[in-house]
Design a protein around this ligand. Structure first.
Ligand code: SAH
Length: 390
């Protein structure tokens, strides 16, 4: 005998969904469904159906709403339609890059599902128990829609533990190579689907790389370079580029990527960015173009104030290193450092820099990583283009 597949949620939980946010927390579930992870129907406390959700019994985020129609059946056709619409929204990107995100979780109505395209291969992340229950439908939909040569699950994400799921890397279909050549806006670099950061590369900075690349000149510096993907764009217009990272392994890749593009004006430096920026400032050096793309310093809300000090320090030092008219593209991918806090931090750094710093542009996430206004968790990347006017 099977239990009830109906979840009853509080007025607060129901209102959240009505206002465009799909998460319903454990504390807002008044009656828990009595079925394993998967799809459940959701009612409000008056018994009115409000939709269908993915059910994660072990998680604090117990329900992730996916459809306003409580009669919806999450079969193969449903997933094909949902994922197909997400892929359709990215059509225009195929002409500028062969790697981009096909599904950005909640932002595409597929909570806790990430799918990135790397040329002819797909890399997915399934980050909830309720979603995991539909693994075969999702894989079938992706095969049908994108016809990839292979699908890899990079499920080695700590988030899965909160869902009672194992962390692993698993081939779901076909085969996937160790390295894939990514081509974005005419620049080529290698992504590492099995072992690289995230799903193999930082696809979310694609448009920002082109944005500063088009404006680069003179002596350029790419701090936190990883595989050199900003540096490769800077090298197109700058005279010389320093690509800096604390990881020698990351720089070895950056070096291969330079060779791949026949680029010879990039110098690779293995160093701590904080030390390097301080030393260059002491030496009175100047750069005409600087990129700061650090890892998320604030991994949690409690780490925020320390993180802000870190962000401020590197930005302050970079501002001081700019030549007159020099450009700084600075980014933060910490979700907890909101856009207003990011700007406050830059204002603070500018105030201490002794320079007159103009804000030339603000950027966010590209088309394939949509930030949904009613779902703050879908947004995390902020960028600013600054110019040292004096
Ligand atoms: N700009 C890259 C992504 C950067 S990821 C891109 O667009 O693809 C962050 C990088 O910062 C990682 O490669 C990591 O090795 C490096 N890193 C972390 N802490 C650092 C530090 N203190 N100094 C220099 N590099 C650091």
């Amino acid at each position: 005998m099977s239990g009830s597949d109906i979840a009853v949620v509080s007025a607060k939980g129901a209102r959240r969904w009505q206002q465009g946010h799909p998460w319903i927390f454990r504390s807002d579930v008044v009656r828990r469904p009595d079925v394993p992870p998967g799809a459940v129907r959701v009612h409000d406390q008056r018994g009115k159906p409000i939709g269908v959700a993915l059910w994660s019994p072990a998680s604090e985020i117990s329900l992730r709403m996916v459809d306003r129609d409580a009669g919806a059946i999450l079969n193969g056709g449903w997933w094909r339609e949902r994922i197909g619409a997400a892929i359709e929204r990215r059509q225009s990107l195929a002409s500028v890059a062969n790697a981009y995100r096909l599904v950005h979780g909640e932002a595409d109505g597929c909570p806790s599902l990430i799918c990135d395209r790397y040329d002819r291969w797909l890399v997915v992340q399934m980050m909830s128990a309720g979603l995991e229950a539909f693994r075969s439908e999702i894989v079938a939909a992706l095969q049908n829609l994108a016809r990839p040569e292979g699908i890899l699950a990079r499920n080695d994400v700590p988030l899965r533990r909160k869902e009672g799921l194992a962390e692993n890397v698993e081939l779901l279909a076909g085969s996937v190579p160790e390295e894939v050549e990514v081509n974005e806006h005419g620049v080529r670099f290698l992504a590492a689907p099995w072992s690289g950061q995230k799903t193999g590369a930082f696809l979310d900075q694609r448009e920002n790389r082109a944005y500063i690349g088009e404006r680069a000149r003179g002596r350029a510096l790419d701090c936190f370079s990883y595989h050199g993907s900003f540096a490769l764009h800077l090298a197109q217009r700058a005279e010389s580029v320093v690509a800096l990272d604390i990881s020698g392994e990351a720089l070895a890749r950056a070096s291969e990527n330079c060779a791949r593009n026949d680029i010879h004006n990039v110098e690779l430096i293995e160093a701590d960015a904080f030390d390097y920026l301080r030393a260059r400032q002491r030496a009175g050096e100047r750069f005409d173009t600087i990129v700061l793309d650090p890892p998320a310093f604030a991994k949690s809300r409690s780490a925020l104030s320390g993180a802000i000090r870190g962000y401020k320090e590197i930005n302050l030092r970079a501002m001081r290193l700019l030549s007159r008219g020099g450009l700084l593209f600075t980014a933060s991918c910490s979700f907890h450092l909101t856009r207003p806090l990011f700007l406050d931090m830059l204002r603070d750094a500018a105030a201490d820099s002794g320079r007159r710093i103009a804000l030339r542009g603000l950027t966010g996430q590209p088309l394939d990583h949509p930030e949904i206004l009613t779902i703050p968790e879908t947004g995390y990347l902020k960028g600013a283009l600054l110019e040292a006017v004096e």
